[in-house]
Every structure is written in C-alpha cells, then in structure tokens.
Unconditional design. Sequence first.
Length: 245
Amino acid sequence: MIEIVDARRIPSTPIMTIYLTGQHAKSKEGAVEVARNIIYTSVENVASAIYEDPVREEIIIELSKQMMDDRNITMEELKERLELQNATVTVTDTTVEIKPKKAEQIKRMLTKIPGFQVKGVPDIKRVLVTEESGEWVIRTDGSNLSKVLEVDGVDTSRTTTNNIHEIAKTLGVEASRNALVNEAKGVLEDQGLDVDVRHVMLVADMMTTTGDVQQIGRHGISGKKPVYLRAPHSKSQFPTSLKRP
C-alpha cells in the first residue's frame, strides 16, 4: 500500500498478468509458445560456456541444446542476432565462433556478448503459465507493458501490470487511475480490511487529477501547498448571489 500511495517509479516486485487470445488461451501449448516469445533470453541463457580462445584469437560460445529447445530458439535465429559488423561469426551445430577483425577487441567483446538479446521482452525475467477460470494465463516476474502488448497472441484489452507509471505512459492517465483503485482494493481485501471503495476512488482521483501520477500522503499531494480561504471582513465582500434578499 505504501508503494501505491507513494507512486513509486519501479515497484519492489514488478509483475504482469498477461491474458491471451484465441487458441493461445485455450491450450497450454499455445500459452507456452507465447511465453517463450515474452521471456527475455540473452546469449548467456542459452550457452553452457563462453570463453576466449587465445590461439585462434576467437570467442567461443558453447551452446546448451536443452536451453535452446526450452526457449524454442533455432540456430538461424541465433546467427541473425549475432551478426556483428566488426567480427566474423561462424555457427555450427553446438558452438558459435566469433572472430573480431582486430585482436585487441576480444576482451571488450567478451564482456558484451553474454548480454546480447536473442529473443523476448527486456525486463521479463521469469514467466509462469497457469490455468485460471478455464483459460491459460501468463504471470511474469518483471514488467514491460508497452513491449508485451506488441507480442502476437496477447490480449491487449485485459493484460495489466502493477507498475502504475508504465500504465500511464502506455495507456493514459485514466487507465492508471483505474489501476490505482484495483491495486489498492486488492491489498485491502487481502488484509481483510473493509474500506468503502469510494474512499479509494477519491485517493486515486487526487493522485491523477493533474494528468500525471503523483504521490499522496496524510498532508495531501506531495509538493502541493494547502489553500486557505479567508473569511470576508464585511458584508460587502460577499458575492451578490450569496446576499440574503
């Protein structure tokens, strides 16, 4: 709840609930296929070893067949991702050999190659495919709403995240306001607290009234000065419409 009212840029545990369309939602195999396209996969995720061969002045990547199959990555996809302008890439059944054009580039390339993206959406570290209410749903560790919505098979109308700022940036302030209400309600219900939803809606309205998501505390919106109304000193200061006949 503190994270919600503080409107933190990055939640301590960013998660997404990804709903699917068509056959992807009806079968586990279809949901797993979408999940493989979502989970972030780098070179080090599919390699059993990455090292320098000082004799041939090359970088050797030994591939893990199990991880390649698990992430559904082909050798053609891997070769396409590893196309480098300043090096020659040779792909075999079990290894990738990268030979830089200049020998002095090996050390620098060796530190960068493990992090090269092969597949998936950045920031999505893990995925879990579960069946809920008769359909298959993907839950993630990590969040990247804008990129996930671009993946084929994702239901863009229901997929959501607990990162309120991502929602505001991708879908607009009204969507972030609804997310604030839902997140706060969920926390209160989990704790067994019976709070009228209108109180939560009022807080969410105040946090998004300017068009941006702002944090709120017991003194009101952060950074906003309170407005005090001065009482009039004489009858002449009352508006005409408020004067008694």
